[in-house]
Design a protein around this ligand. Structure first.
Ligand SMILES: *Cc1c(COP(=O)(O)O)cnc(C)c1O
Length: 553
């Protein structure tokens, strides 16, 4: 592989010129470009892989700082620098190998993974059609197709009666859900609706959307609005708190049980305490169905009951776990989700769609009326355009990709993927348990687990550590070891697990560094997982790790 990094500013004799520009709107600029496009499209569609497979691992072992030095050209060149054919060649040869091969079965660190090859076709089609779902005038059939697929997923979650779906699937006045850019905007949308529901018009006050938070708090005699979610909540909920004027510190982390599920005793205590105080209102309680760090699922039925009792909006963040509902074997894990007022599900996670698309669903098909917007030139009052109820403005036809994928895969196809992920994660947990140098930290409820490495030399020291100071020293040493282990493995580029920080037990003072694995690639199997652990054991013997042990003794 060519290790030269492309120089930024290459002089060329190309000139920007109207005739050529004109042509590229309908076809490649010349025969050579056409051939290049076809050649690489073939690779992308049928191999992806010729160039990715030649790098079995995850990425080339070049430090980011070295790469950064080649990307310092801050000028836009007046004349074209390169022809399309050369730009594509550069991407294939220079960018792809140094990007991250998230499709590698050795890449088990994040929620981004391999996608079925047909997704690239579908993505190309949406780009070629270039529909804008903000309004009917730029999407036509796509907007009714979108309503249909939204109803399919709504049905997967809520399973209402046939008449309900007949009445809403193409109802222009109601909305079962929305496509968004991802889980973050889906969560923001859900809490936006919850906030507005919580601060309705009264007297001269027109509602929080119109009059703003200051007036809303006055009109409702409130000092604080809060959102409750477990400590495992995704940080997008904090962002929502900030954006919506609730304040991110009022998105309150509730403690978890040793199984990393929200502690119902503590949640109930907090809700009842807030109920006593008329100046504080709970805008929403968020249950997690597949926590980002641990894959754990909150006790949704209990949370639903509590919300029901107190009239609180119940949102379920199933950005990760949502598609598990398609598996007969594991759907029971998400029991209670149908009682949620709103549900977030990401498309670019376990629906295996390309970046980036998410969805948010509402039990009440009129819930989204709380965030309707109109604009004279597009979404006129009384318009049925989907853009009137979305946070995003212009939006691609992600629904076309999901609708097609559901047809190609069937719910059973998705179920097989989900089941492979969960079963393989359970196998991985076994392998971790069997090895002396590792400690399983969280069991995989879904296809996510955490663990950490403990060098053999440290085990007796841990057992003998009686003073808190000695414990702290060992904890700190283990953290450094796991941080370096993860970094060294990542930089070597063959395989990848991520890391995060967790309290091993809710009462621990120490938040430990743990390794995190997410298994969703159908090619990740026991053999590969063994290789990843073997590599970690070898790294554990290296001087870079041993030095931490020396400093401890
Ligand atoms: C990934 C994730 C999000 C955020 O979704 P994005 O698509 O990254 O914006 C929110 N909640 C959970 C539980 C997630 O796993």
């Amino acid at each position: 592989m060519n290790d030269m990094i492309p120089p930024g500013n290459v002089p060329s004799d190309l000139v920007a010129e109207w005739q050529t520009l004109h042509r590229v709107f309908i076809r490649p600029e010349d025969e050579k470009s056409r051939q290049t496009l076809i050649k690489y499209m073939e690779q992308i569609l049928f191999g992806l892989h010729e160039f990715l497979n030649s790098h079995v691992g995850v990425t080339e072992a070049i430090p980011l700082a070295t790469l950064a030095r080649s990307y310092t050209d801050t000028t836009i060149h007046r004349e074209p620098e390169k022809k399309l054919a050369d730009v594509i060649k550069d991407i294939i040869n220079q960018i792809a190998p140094r990007a991250v091969n998230v499709a590698s079965p050795y890449f088990i660190g994040h929620m981004t993974s391999a996608i079925p090859f047909f997704m690239v076709h579908l993505k190309a089609i949406t780009a070629a059609l270039n529909q804008n779902l903000i309004k009917l005038e730029t999407s036509k059939v796509l907007s009714v197709l979108e309503k249909q697929v939204l109803a399919k997923i709504h049905r997967m979650i809520y399973n209402r009666e046939q008449a309900f779906y007949d009445g809403h699937v193409q109802n222009a006045d109601t909305c079962l859900g929305l496509f968004t850019n991802g889980g973050t905007t889906a969560n923001i949308t859900a809490l936006w609706v919850a906030r507005n529901r919580c601060l309705p018009a009264t007297g001269n006050f027109a509602g929080v959307e119109q009059d703003g938070m200051a007036s809303a708090m006055k009109a409702h005699d409130l000092e604080r609005l809060v959102v409750l979610v477990s400590e495992r909540g995704h940080y997008s909920l904090k962002k929502a708190g900030g954006i919506l004027g609730i304040g991110n510190k009022n998105v309150i982390p509730v403690r978890v049980t040793p199984h990393h599920r929200i502690d119902m005793t503590e949640l109930t205590r907090q809700v009842e305490a807030f109920a006593q105080n008329t100046t504080i209102r709970v805008a929403a309680i968020v249950g997690i169905a597949g926590a980002t760090e641990t894959g754990t699922i909150d006790p949704l039925p209990d949370m639903a009951r509590l919300c029901q009792t107190h009239g609180i909006h119940f949102h379920v963040d199933a950005a990760w776990g949502g598609p598990v509902m398609l598996s007969d074997k594991y759907a029971g894990l998400l029991e209670g989700i149908k009682q949620a007022d709103s549900v977030t599900i990401d498309c670019h996670k376990q629906f295996y769609m390309p970046m980036s698309a998410g969805m948010v669903y509402f039990k009440d098909p009129t819930a989204l009326d709380r965030i309707i917007y109109h604009a004279g030139y597009v979404n006129r009052k009384g318009s049925v355009d989907l853009g009137i109820k979305t946070l995003e403005g212009s939006r691609e036809a992600s629904s076309l990709i999901l609708d097609s994928a559901l047809k190609i895969m069937g719910s059973r196809g998705y179920a097989l993927m989900i089941e492979h992920g969960i079963d393989t994660a359970r196998l991985f947990a076994e392998k971790i348990r069997e090895r002396d140098r590792f400690q399983l930290v969280t069991e995989p409820v879904l296809n996510i687990l955490t663990y950490r490495a403990i060098p053999g030399e440290l085990k007796p020291q841990m057992d003998q550590a009686v003073t808190p100071a000695r414990r702290r020293a060992i904890d700190a040493c283990l953290d450094r070891i796991n941080i370096d282990l993860q970094r060294i493995q990542r930089e070597a580029g063959k395989s990848f697990v991520s890391r995060t920080c967790l309290k091993l037990h809710p009462d621990d003072a120490h938040t430990a560094v743990v390794l995190r694995s997410v298994i969703m690639n159908p090619y990740t199997d026991g053999r590969i997982l063994d290789q990843i652990l073997d590599e970690q054991e070898i790294i554990l013997q290296s001087p870079e790790i041993s030095k931490h042990l020396v400093s401890l003794s």
